[in-house]
Design a protein around this ligand. Structure first.
Ligand SMILES: [Zn+2]
Length: 412
């Protein structure tokens, strides 16, 4: 069995190292401090007995656990990221361990009166009687995604120490900069050489995800004409009013705050405006490929119609696809989801299969030739001071990794 103490200590040794990433940096990793943990992980992978442990110039770590069976088994991989979100500080993380959680409020910080309460975060009640790791209220925790790293390392260690569990070749990949959308783009899929992989980067125990949004970014530039307001009649074009016409031409209900599950949206997240020039910035999201294309066409049509209406090119649209729904790449190899689902069921975990209203590194990797569903890592309330993780969920995630390895060898 995987010991609670052992896995907690490992997790804490990771989260107390600051690895916050920075979207404004051009380098990979985006912050030099990510090397601090990366170098430790390399040492640890060697220490537990992994083979071919490598780290490249961009801090991407890979390692191999050789097969211990004679027959041919597909090569599977497990991936997670060691950076933490720039949304909230990751400096000086001081984890607190709450044993045998009683279901009441948890005082994260008495001085600043920061309370983690089930009145607000009702998921806490799922973990009554379990051991929770929380923050001290002043930082994020970094369970996203150091829990994933901890579970992968612990699973590899367990498989090495328990050779009676039969498995094929297992690959491990740890990346920087996932939180700023750059975890996958320098991932060497060819070098990794797995048939498929799983990111251990989901939240609640049981989560298993292989559908995500198709995503695009749109910028609408609106040209105006500035003239002295006193002499503006028939001459001034106020780009801000024209921009609002564009905004109002989009369907009002198809926005993040009115949609859920498989419903897509247009999300206006920034406006910069003056009389002469206004810029609207949108993200466009939809699970369905056809609806996604229709959304982009609708934006182009509105721009066209408005330009025609005003008889000149006032509106310009720039559209850029960002990532696609991995479902298209995973469905042809659905057995990789089935194996994960069966692994969970055998371990008494209820699989929670639902579409992600976002993207994952796995969606990009899937389009780079490595089909890659996402599995829970166990944490809640990512990217903020209320982040917490039950140790029991980390142990279950570790067991899921071992079980997937076992089932993959058994079925081939
Ligand atoms: Zn993550």
């Amino acid at each position: 069995m995987i010991s609670k103490n052992h896995i907690s200590q490992r997790f804490i040794s990771y989260v107390t190292i600051d690895t916050e990433s920075d979207p404004n940096s051009e380098t990979t990793p985006s912050t030099p401090k990510q090397w601090d943990l990366a170098n430790i992980l390399v040492e640890e992978l060697i220490t537990i007995g992994m083979h071919d442990v490598t780290i490249d110039d961009n801090a991407y770590i890979m390692a191999t656990l050789p097969s211990n069976v004679d027959h041919e088994v597909p090569i599977i991989g497990f991936i997670s990221h060691f950076d933490t979100s720039p949304d909230f500080t990751g400096t000086n993380v001081k984890p607190q361990i709450i044993e045998n959680y009683d279901g009441n409020d948890i005082v994260l910080n008495a001085e600043e009166n920061i309370i983690l309460s089930p009145d607000y975060f009702e998921d806490l009640l799922l973990y009554k009687g379990q051991t929770l790791i929380t923050t001290d209220g002043t930082t994020l925790l970094g369970a996203d995604d150091k829990a994933g790293i901890c579970e992968i390392v612990s699973a590899m260690e367990y498989l090495i120490q328990n050779p009676q569990i039969k498995h094929g070749t297992i690959k491990v990949g740890f990346t920087p900069d996932e939180e700023i959308g750059r975890g996958a783009h320098k991932f060497d899929v060819k070098k990794f050489a797995a048939d498929w992989a799983y990111t251990m980067d989901g939240s609640q125990i049981g989560e298993l995800e292989y559908e995500n949004f198709n995503a695009a970014g749109a910028i609408i530039k609106v040209k105006g004409k500035i003239v002295h307001p006193g002499y503006a009649k028939g001459k001034m074009i106020n780009s801000m009013y024209y921009a609002s016409e564009f905004i109002n031409a989009l369907p009002k209900e198809e926005v993040p705050e009115h949609t859920q599950s498989y419903e897509g949206f247009f999300h206006l997240y920034q406006i910069n405006g003056k009389v002469e020039h206004t810029q609207l910035e949108y993200i466009v999201r939809d699970h369905d490929k056809n609806k996604f294309e229709a959304r982009k066409l609708l934006m182009a049509k509105i721009v066209n119609d408005l330009n025609t209406k005003y008889g000149s090119v006032i509106f310009e649209l720039e559209l850029k696809d960002q990532y696609y729904n991995m479902k298209e790449k995973v469905e042809p190899v659905m057995h990789i989801v089935d194996i994960a689902e069966e692994a969970m069921k055998q371990l008494g975990i209820t699989p929670l299969i639902k579409p992600i209203r976002g993207g994952t590194d796995g969606s990009q990797l899937s389009y780079m030739g490595l089909p890659c569903p996402n599995i829970f890592a166990g944490g809640h309330n990512f990217h903020g001071r209320y982040e917490y993780i039950p140790v029991e969920s980390m142990i279950k995630a570790t067991e899921v990794i071992c079980k997937i390895a076992e089932l993959t060898a058994l079925k081939h």
